[in-house]
Design a protein. Structure first.
Length: 423
C-alpha cells in the first residue's frame, strides 16, 4: 500500500469479494444450471484512515456501489474480509451489527427516493434517533433535529421542520438527507454519487457543505462517483475501479499529475474542460465496458487498452471483435464475400486462449488463413497479434493460440499502486 498514513485505520478491505450468482434469465441459461457469476467486487484491498476522503471512481458497472455497500456491512462479502476497526462485520449477526450501524451511514444519489414523501422533515431527519432509541422525549428529538438542520444550512429551522420533501428543492432535500445521516454522529459516511442528480449550480455547495461537516464532526468519507472532476476537488485519495478491481489507487494530486494506468489516463482525458475554448477531444477508452458476468481473460482492461501488449491475455472474443471491426468498414458486397470464408463465429464467445476457425461452405482452411493474413496486413499494429503464440492450419480448421497472459496485481509505483503490466 502506498499510503504511509499514521492516522487510525477505520476500514480495511482485504482481498474483498462480492460475487453475485446469476440464476434464471438469459445469462443464467447461457452458463447452465449452476448459473454464472457477476464479480461485482473481485479482490479489492485498501485501508481507510480516520478523517480521510477516499474516492471510488469508475464507469457504470465497475462495482462502486457494491463496494460502498460492503464497506457498510449492507452486503455480505463472498470472499476476503472487510474490517471495521479491526472487526470483521460479516461475522456479526444482525443484532450484533446494530451498534455499528449508527457509526456507518450512507447517502444516496437521489434525495427524492431517500426521503419518505409522507414524512415531514422533522420526522424524517429524527427517524434514526427513534430507531436507535437515542432520545427519551419529543423535545429532545426536536432539539437534535434542529441542531442537525442548522448544521446543514436548512435554517431558519422552523421554516423546514413541518415541510414535506415535495416542498424542498433538490439541494435542500440532499441537505435534509445529510442532516439525517449525521444525526447519530456517525464516524464514516459512504456517499454514493451524492451530487450527480442535483443542478450544476448546487453541486459545489453540497460538496463544500460535506467538507464542512467532515471537519466539524470529525467524519471520514468514502465518495463514490463516475465523475473525476468532483473527485479531484473532494478526495484525498482516489481508487480507480474497473470491472470489480481497483486498477490504481493513490493520493488525488499524484493521480491527476501523473496517472499511470491506461484506464486512468483515458478517464482523465475524458474529463470535460471547464473552459470551452481549451476543450480537447474526448478520448474515452475504445469499445464498451464489458459484461461483468463474462469479463475478459487476463487484464480485464486489455480489449480497450491503447497500449496493450502480448502479456495482457488475448483471447477468442478479441479475435471475433477484430474480425467484425474489419468487416464493418467494408462495402456490403465485399463484406458478404469475406464473411462467407469463415463459418459460425459463435464458438469464439466462450472465452478461451485457443480459437478455432472453420471455413465456410465452399472454402478451405487456406482461405481462412489468407483472410487472417489480410486482416493482419490491414492493421499490423493491432495489439492482438502480439499475443498470438501460434497459428496452425489443418485440413478443416485454423487454430490460433494466444499467450494466456496474466491478470496484473496492484504494485507500488512511486506513490501510487497500479495494476498494469507496464509497471
Ligand atoms: N444484487 C445483484 N445481483 C446481481 N448482480 C448485481 C447485483 N448488484 C450489482 N450487480 C452487478 O454487479 C456489477 C457492479 O454493480 P454496481 O452497481 O456495484 O456498479 P457501479 O459501478 O456502482 O455502477 P453504477 O454507477 O451503474 O451504479 C454490475 O454488473 C451489476 O449488474
Amino acid at each position: 500500500m502506498s499510503a504511509s498514513d499514521d492516522r487510525e485505520v477505520i476500514i480495511e478491505a482485504r482481498d474483498l469479494e462480492v460475487h453475485f450468482a446469476l440464476r434464471g434469465g438469459s445469462l443464467g441459461r447461457v452458463f447452465g444450471a449452476g448459473g454464472g457469476v457477476v464479480k461485482a467486487v473481485d479482490g479489492v484491498s485498501f485501508q481507510l484512515h480516520r478523517g480521510e476522503v477516499l474516492g471510488i471512481v469508475g464507469e457504470s458497472g465497475s462495482g462502486k456501489t457494491t463496494l460502498g455497500r460492503a464497506v457498510l456491512g449492507l452486503v455480505q462479502p463472498t470472499g476476503g474480509q472487510l474490517l471495521y476497526r479491526g472487526q470483521d462485520l460479516s461475522k456479526l449477526s444482525e443484532k450484533e451489527l446494530r451498534p455499528f450501524r449508527k457509526n456507518l451511514q450512507m447517502v444516496f444519489q437521489d434525495p427524492s427516493a431517500a426521503l419518505n414523501p409522507s414524512m415531514d422533515i422533522e420526522t424524517a431527519v429524527g427517524h434514526p434517533l427513534v430507531i436507535h432509541k437515542a432520545v427519551s422525549s419529543k423535545a429532545e428529538r426536536l432539539a437534535k433535529v434542529s441542531e442537525a438542520l442548522e448544521r446543514v444550512g436548512l435554517s431558519p429551522v422552523e421554516r423546514f421542520l413541518t415541510k414535506y420533501p415535495s416542498d424542498l428543492s433538490g439541494g435542500q432535500k440532499q441537505r435534509a438527507v445529510l442532516a439525517r445521516a449525521i444525526i447519530m454522529r456517525p464516524e464514516l459516511l459512504v456517499a454514493d454519487e451524492p451530487v450527480s442528480m442535483l443542478d450544476m449550480s448546487v453541486r459545489a455547495k453540497i460538496l463544500e457543505l460535506m467538507l464542512e461537516l467532515k471537519s466539524d464532526l470529525d467524519l471520514t468519507y468514502v465518495y463514490i462517483t463516475h465523475d473525476l472532476a468532483t473527485a479531484k476537488f473532494f478526495c484525498d485519495r482516489i481508487a480507480i475501479c474497473y470491472l470489480g478491481r481497483v486498477v490504481e489507487i493513490g493520493p488525488t494530486a499524484e493521480i491527476f499529475a501523473d496517472p499511470k494506468h491506461p484506464y486512468t489516463k483515458a478517464l482523465l482525458k475524458a474529463v470535460p474542460e471547464p473552459d470551452p475554448s481549451k476543450s480537447v477531444a474526448r478520448d474515452l477508452p475504445r469499445g464498451e465496458i464489458p459484461d461483468a458476468a463474462a469479463p475478459p481473460l487476463g487484464c480485464s482492461f486489455h480489449p480497450r487498452c491503447p497500449v496493450a501488449f502480448d502479456a495482457c491475455g488475448w483471447e477468442t472474443r478479441d479475435l471475433r471483435a477484430l474480425l467484425e471491426q474489419h468487416w464493418v468498414a467494408m462495402p456490403e458486397e465485399e463484406y458478404e464475400s469475406e464473411r462467407a470464408i469463415v463459418g459460425n463465429l459463435d464458438d469464439l464467445d466462450a472465452a478461451s486462449h485457443t480459437a478455432v476457425l472453420r471455413p465456410g461452405r465452399g472454402f478451405a482452411s487456406e482461405d481462412v488463413q489468407a483472410l487472417l493474413d489480410r486482416v493482419r496486413a490491414a492493421d499490423p499494429d493491432e495489439p492482438l497479434w502480439r499475443g498470438v503464440r501460434g497459428v496452425e492450419t489443418r485440413p478443416n480448421e485454423v487454430q490460433i493460440d494466444f499467450d494466456p497472459g496474466t491478470d496484473p496485481e496492484l504494485r507500488l509505483s512511486n506513490t501510487v499502486d497500479v495494476a498494469c503490466h507496464l509497471y
